[in-house]
Design a protein around this ligand. Structure first.
Ligand code: BG6
Length: 505
């Protein structure tokens, strides 16, 4: 099915860069294979490098070939697509670049005999974004409110003030309706499914509040280290890189009120309500509710790996956190006093993103103590990746003459149920920009509200050195203080193993 008929030109600023190669090229190729691109569709790469269009085409082809889960590029399909790829080199700070770009865009439109939707994708380092937006504004490239769209990659600023400034520049040139801020977690099927699970089923919603839920845990664990991204990461850290966007977005989907309709602004309004209801953190409380960590050397799957401070482009005494854990509260009727524990880190034992919802114990334990020795509370575990699925843990009577309760799992697996692979996040998001659907993108107020919650932590962390860094070994579950953060409330992290969840360590 072709997604939409309107002719479209995708202009990628940073066309020769890593993101284009690794993420956009395979996403475009998958859309092409699925016949989900408009009939008239062109990609224009824009970069500072003085390359020929052929080099750009080869770079895209290589990206699609290396990263698409389609088993490699099909020559015939690619050769038909390749003539639609062109390249413009130019300095992003030079107005002539935008004039040349405009001429090329108009040439395409003349060839097609129709005006085209123009999608400007900023796959560039954050430092240059404002210059590009202003350059486009001056050249009149943003004028057509329906046809011109801009896609912005995270980080959306470095803190609240810079996010407000960036949004200010963006909204001076573009309308908010033209701006698509990408958080690729929102493109993941399992993240989108949180809304379907909550609001297309009558079963869970009546228990989805403070009366039945004891607490929520959101874990995004990564095995990878910072590796070649040291230069970026030294200015980011786990709080900015993961929590401000990905984990906070997951939290809003778990905590938001039911939407009235599946409309982009309606959903985004409901999400902003959650962010605004998060209890503000006072400076005195930062230490109580937030833990940071930095990985030392260690071993991952029998391979020795270096400390963060030994990665390329990282200072030997770097204060940057590669792990963060927080406890937040959402102060509203639904969630009053239910803790939301968030944690993320690099060089953890396994790659796993999961939301674990722990329900309260039954109000009265009718079974003899001996029967309930293995008793556990009910859990609902939303497995975002890599084992995509949902698990419900409840008690069952163990077969036998004596009465013994034991926890058992009911499991839904995407792979078993749907057979085909879920589309990659970038594929979904690119298709949405092409069709003009902003539901899965971040609005300015969402971004700012999320920064606002985290500012006290960022400020305190920036102004105080954590003397015990590195404070966790690569291949472990983070610093001891992260265990203590939850243990002092009488709870423990659920440890995701590759196959399942285990309670405690
Ligand atoms: C990115 C972060 O946004 O998300 C990376 O910048 C992180 O540091 C990545 O590794 C994780 O994404 P995923 O889809 O692999 O979980």
């Amino acid at each position: 099915m072709t997604l939409q008929k309107e002719p479209t030109i995708l202009v990628i600023f940073g066309g020769m860069g890593d993101l284009t190669w690794r993420k956009l090229a395979p996403a475009l190729y998958n859309l092409l294979l699925g016949k989900r691109l408009p009939e008239h569709f062109a990609v224009m790469g824009l970069d500072m490098k003085n390359e020929s269009p052929d080099v750009f085409r080869l770079r895209l082809r290589d990206g699609a070939n290396s990263f698409c889960e389609c088993g490699g590029v099909d020559e015939k399909t690619w050769n038909e697509f390749a003539p639609n790829l062109s390249y413009v080199s130019g300095d992003f700070a030079n107005p002539a670049t935008y004039t040349a770009l405009n001429t090329q865009l108009e040439d395409h439109e003349k060839k097609w005999g129709s005006p085209a939707n123009r999608i400007f994708y900023l796959a560039t380092p954050p430092g240059i974004m404002e210059t590009i937006v202003q350059g486009m504004g001056a050249a009149g490239l943003a004028k057509d409110k329906h046809r011109a769209r801009i896609v912005v990659e995270k980080p959306f600023g470095h803190d609240l003030a810079s996010a407000v400034a960036l949004n200010g520049v963006l909204t001076t040139v573009f309308d908010e309706t033209q701006i698509y801020r990408i958080d690729h977690y929102l493109g993941k099927e399992t993240v989108q499914n949180i809304l379907a699970f909550r609001f297309a089923n009558a079963l869970f919603e009546p228990t989805w509040d403070r009366r039945y839920i004891d607490h929520v845990q959101i874990t995004v664990a990564e095995q990878v280290g910072v590796e070649h991204r040291g230069a970026y990461y030294e200015h980011a850290g786990a709080l900015r890189d993961m929590i401000q966007n990905h984990l906070m977005q997951i939290l809003t989907l778990i905590a938001m009120e039911p939407m009235v309709s599946f409309d982009a602004n309606e959903i985004r309004n409901k999400k902003v309500d959650v962010l605004r209801a998060i209890r503000s953190i006072s400076n005195e409380h930062v230490q109580e509710i937030a833990v940071r960590g930095q990985y030392g050397p260690g071993s991952m799957e029998d391979q020795r790996v270096p400390a963060y401070r030994s990665e390329p482009d990282v200072a030997q005494d770097s204060p940057m956190e590669t792990f963060a854990a927080l406890k937040l509260f959402v102060d509203n009727w639904r969630w009053q006093d239910v803790p939301f524990y968030l944690r993320t880190g690099k060089r953890l034992p396994t790659r796993a993103s999961k939301v674990a919802i722990q329900f309260r114990p039954v109000p009265h334990q009718s079974f003899p103590t001996t029967a309930a020795l293995a008793w556990q509370p009910n859990y609902l575990i939303i497995d975002i990746q890599p084992q995509e699925g949902i698990l419900l843990r409840f008690q069952a009577k163990q077969p036998g003459s004596s009465l013994h309760l034991t926890p058992v799992d009911m499991h839904f697996s995407y792979q078993e149920t749907f057979k085909s692979k879920s589309p990659e996040a970038y594929e979904t998001l690119l298709a949405d920009v092409i069709s003009g659907d902003a539901t899965l993108f971040m609005r300015a107020d969402q971004v700012e509200a999320s920064w606002e919650v985290l500012m006290p932590i960022l400020t305190i962390w920036e102004n105080s050195i954590q003397a015990d860094f590195p404070n966790y070994q690569s291949g472990s579950w983070g610093p001891k203080a992260a265990e203590a953060l939850i243990a002092k409330d009488g709870r423990s992290w659920l440890q995701p193993t590759p196959k399942d969840f285990q309670v405690g360590k």
